[in-house]
Design a protein around this ligand. Structure first.
Ligand code: DGT
Ligand code: MG
Length: 464
């Protein structure tokens, strides 16, 4: 597509939440370098000092929202958030095609080891540094040498390969489809949305984030343990942890420090690991590519256009594909009686075992007997996938939807913007106006933006 406004010098708004930031943009050669620098600063400093990594992220965020490719540094003279250091890096990339500082990091074995170890679910920079101190440089060495009682680390180490293989959109849709079927049986009329990167248009992700609610305020109470129990009985659940809701009204106006990893919320949630049949992945790759190719080809033919920067023609294909595969696989597994092996998702095959235990007791016990270290040695026709299920009452749902859609930087900027510009506090639970001394409700995502006096940007333009 034509680059717009390449001749004009843009005065960009100060905060990322005030600008449209698409996934695909014009300045990848710069933002790729900034991503390396940001990651490096993040791994070095951790939560001690994230000002350096944030400076790179903010600069990248500005470049992502420019509707043209930077060719002269003067084009950035009116932009905020790009400091002298970042400008020097941009200048070097304009002249030499790459950043020597980013290249130096990419040639540093420490950086690669840190990236590898922090890719283990449950392992952060400080443990990774210990691993390197021990002289380890491979996952095998960490698996052999590190014993942890933390369930995330046990699963993260045993299923490292599965959990670091990017989740495809079709797999996310498959998981959505299954959770939806179980949920609808337990609570008809419940609403759920796949949020996170997939909602912003990403084709792959590291997990699947699902936000669940019900149009009637209190109806969602008590649903999550039943949902987990139902998934557990259908043998698609590997392991996870259920967290109770810790929300109190003070959460809405009690100021808490934003950390690098974001602000933790107080929703009831389940953080865990589900199985997805490998078939979903294998078939989707070929089918989705075919569907995508033919859809793009026919589009180009009829409209005489090429792929737009934000083309989402493949998403619908993959969504239907995910659900179709979900149904096909469940039908097959019921046919041949192998319901135990495959995720059984047809309504008839959803089993919920009622016992004298409370659902909470059942959920707390669920999966404890499975040892991931033994399980990972067997051959499987499934792949382990990280899933977050978040429960929100409808009164907080649209704030939760914005928060759980992200990106993290969009959230950070929106929260700082709310505080500095309007003396308000934005969280995933709501928006509190300190001047008026009350919280402001929202009954749509658009209303969240209106309440913040922000232009509405759809999720695919929140990729700061
Ligand atoms: P991915 O999964 O690698 O494609 O990336 P995202 O963007 O889906 O990131 P993820 O899955 O870590 O989180 C999804 C969004 O939800 C992210 O924009 C920030 C938000 N989020 C994550 N964890 C929390 C949390 O504990 N509390 C709140 N309020 N938001 C969170
Ligand atoms: Mg995610």
């Amino acid at each position: 597509p034509e680059q717009e406004g390449s001749r004009s010098e843009l005065l960009l708004a100060e905060y990322g939440c005030q600008r449209a930031t698409p996934l695909k943009h014009w300045n990848e050669k710069f933002t790729n370098a900034f991503e390396v620098l940001e990651k490096h600063a993040d791994l070095r400093e951790g939560d001690n000092d994230y000002s350096r990594s944030l400076a790179f992220r903010r600069a990248a965020c500005v470049l992502k929202s420019l509707p043209f490719c930077i060719t002269r540094i003067e084009q950035l003279q009116n932009t905020l958030n790009i400091g002298d250091h970042c400008k020097r890096i941009i200048q070097e990339i304009i002249e030499d095609g790459e950043s020597s500082e980013a290249q130096k990091i990419l040639n540093d074995p420490w950086f690669h080891k840190m990236k590898l170890f922090t890719s283990i679910f449950g392992i952060g920079p400080s443990h990774s540094k210990d691993f390197i101190q021990n002289g380890w440089s491979t996952i095998k060495e960490a698996q052999k040498g590190y014993k942890s009682e933390d369930w995330r680390v046990k699963w993260g180490l045993s299923f490292h390969s599965d959990l670091t293989t990017p989740v495809l959109r079709s797999e996310a849709m498959y998981i959505q489809h299954i959770v939806e079927k179980h949920l609808n049986r337990i609570l008809p009329g419940a609403i759920m949305t796949v949020t996170g990167g997939f909602r912003r248009g990403k084709e792959t992700g590291h997990d699947v984030d699902i936000l669940i609610s019900h149009p009637v305020e209190d109806k969602i109470n008590g649903v999550l343990p039943r949902l987990i129990n139902s998934l557990e009985c259908s043998d698609i659940l590997l392991h996870g942890r259920w967290e109770r809701c810790t929300f109190t009204p003070e959460v809405l106006y009690r100021k808490s420090k934003l950390t690098q990893r974001g602000q933790l919320d107080h929703f009831e949630k389940w953080i865990g690991i589900l199985k997805v049949p490998r078939k979903v992945r294998e078939q989707s790759k070929t089918d989705a590519t075919q569907d995508w190719k033919s859809s793009v080809a026919s589009k180009a033919k009829t409209h005489g256009e090429n792929t737009a920067v934000n083309d989402d023609s493949d998403k619908t294909e993959d969504m239907t594909l995910g659900s179709r595969l979900g149904d096909e696989i469940s039908a097959k597994s019921c046919d041949n009686g192998s319901t135990k092996q495959m995720s059984s998702v047809s309504n008839e095959s959803i089993k919920e075992v009622h016992t004298t235990d409370s659902y909470e007791d059942k959920v707390l016990k669920a999966g404890i007997t499975v040892d991931p270290y033994d399980l990972c040695k067997e051959d499987h026709d499934w792949i382990a996938r990280r899933v977050d299920l978040i429960i929100s009452p409808i009164s907080q749902y649209y704030y939760a939807l914005v928060g759980w859609t992200g990106s993290k930087q969009f959230n950070r900027d929106a929260r700082t913007y709310a505080e500095r510009k309007h003396n308000m506090m934005l969280t995933s639970h709501g928006l509190y106006d300190f001047t008026k001394g009350r919280s402001i409700p929202a009954s749509s995502e658009k209303e969240v933006f209106d309440n913040l006096q922000l232009p509405y940007y759809d999720p695919c333009n929140r990729n700061c």
